[in-house]
Design a protein around this ligand. Structure first.
Ligand SMILES: Cc1cc2nc3c(=O)[nH]c(=O)nc-3n(C[C@H](O)[C@H](O)[C@H](O)COP(=O)(O)OP(=O)(O)OC[C@H]3O[C@@H](n4cnc5c(N)ncnc54)[C@H](O)[C@@H]3O)c2cc1C
Ligand code: SF4
Length: 330
């Protein structure tokens, strides 16, 4: 492991300035991903700027019923917050479905958004990997890709984004707020994560050196009737092989509004806009849910060992929407 310096930032401007002073520096949130990557040699920062003391650890209500979540709120505090559980239950469920209690108590919201892929070739520095070393190749395409992408992948990289939290945030139109030396900025989640394309090493549109300061969730009544369901190889402590965040408003047997996002299928949380269009205004029921899932998954381009994900995600979408509709009818 490379020797590194450590500094603790006490205000946002100071944190941005410290990072800007050293192109080899990284922000340190909970360290649950960054420190692992430093140990394996994937990340080799010269300096860590610890942001855990910044005053960004609040969750506040916004006018109209939305929420503003600070970047250093821990995953544990996010999942336990009564307004998160009441207004956006799928978000709390998604966070609880990820990692262990100990990790959730360390990990922060900003770090969760920026955690790196768990592709085995990416974390093994003896292997080529376009994401880690641009232009070196993608051995996963011909090799081990059982957990990899079925949507939006490119020949240059087929890795998936590992975050559960980001899938739920995507369903609720979250906006990421950040601070740079030039001032504050914001990016809606669909613009925050870049499509895979030819440059898999570029994962987000966050400007270089930007500090994520928080996330805002716009008010959404439908979000109160939402659910996150994750499928994984073992019951706990494992990343998703497929997941769904869904919200549904059914009245008089008709779907009035639907939100749907898929996880572990693409390099970023996959907002299922095609399925949402099929659902909206259609009669509620398994036929509609299956048609919506099929319409979304028509774009799937699975590899030989991950084609199972197409069926898995289809069944997951139908099951979760059915449960939400049944719950609302009670
Ligand atoms: C064993 C294990 C199992 C896990 N299982 C799951 C799972 O099932 N689902 C899941 O979603 N996650 C899972 N995780 C991942 C975990 O959720 C992430 O490691 C965690 O969310 C990262 O947050 P952190 O604050 O520790 O980030 P860090 O490790 O501190 O940082 C991650 C990256 O974000 C940058 N960063 C951090 N904060 C900011 C900020 N405010 N602004 C700009 N850059 C920032 C850092 O520089 C770094 O590049 C697991 C992790 C482990 C170790
Ligand atoms: S899938 Fe992406 S992360 Fe994995 S080896 Fe290929 S380029 Fe690297």
């Amino acid at each position: 492991m490379r020797e590194f310096g450590y500094q603790r930032a006490s205000d946002v401007a100071g944190a941005v300035a410290l990072l800007g002073a050293d192109p080899d520096a990284r922000f340190l949130g909970g360290g649950t991903n960054l420190v692992d990557l430093m140990k394996s040699g994937v990340e080799r920062p010269a300096r860590l700027v610890d942001i855990r003391q910044l005053p960004l650890d609040d969750i506040e209500s916004t006018p109209g019923g939305g929420l503003r979540i600070g970047a250093t709120v821990t995953n544990g505090d996010l999942a336990a917050h009564p307004e998160v559980r009441r207004r956006y239950p799928a978000l709390a469920q998604a966070v609880l479905a990820g990692a262990s209690g100990q990790l959730c108590n360390m990990a922060t919201v900003g770090g969760n958004l920026l955690q790196r892929t768990r592709c085995g070739y990416f974390i093994d520095v003896t292997q080529p990997c376009n994401k880690r070393v641009p232009g070196s190749g993608c051995p996963a395409v011909e090799g081990e890709h059982r957990n990899h992408a079925i949507l939006g992948a490119s020949e240059h990289c087929v890795a998936v984004h590992p975050s559960d939290m980001a899938v739920a945030l995507s369903a609720f139109d979250a906006v990421v707020h950040f601070e740079t030396a030039d001032g504050a900025g914001e990016l809606p989640l669909p613009d925050f994560y870049l499509p895979m394309g030819e440059s898999p090493h570029r994962e987000t549109a966050l400007p270089t050196g930007a500090l994520i300061t928080g996330i805002s969730l716009p008010p959404a009544q439908v979000a109160a009737s939402s659910r996150y369901r994750k499928v994984r190889d073992r019951a706990s402590y494992a990343f998703a092989i497929g997941s769904v965040a869904a919200a549904l408003d059914v009245r008089d047997g008709i779907v009035r509004e639907a939100r749907l996002a898929l996880g572990a299928v693409a390099s970023r949380p996959w907002r299922a806009v095609v399925a949402e269009r099929v659902l909206t205004g259609a009669p509620a029921g398994p036929k509609t849910y299956a048609a919506a899932a099929d319409a979304e998954l028509a774009a799937a381009r699975p590899l030989p060992h991950n084609a199972y994900k197409v069926t898995l995600v289809r069944n997951l979408v139908v099951a979760v929407l059915t449960e939400l509709a049944e719950e609302a009818a009670r």
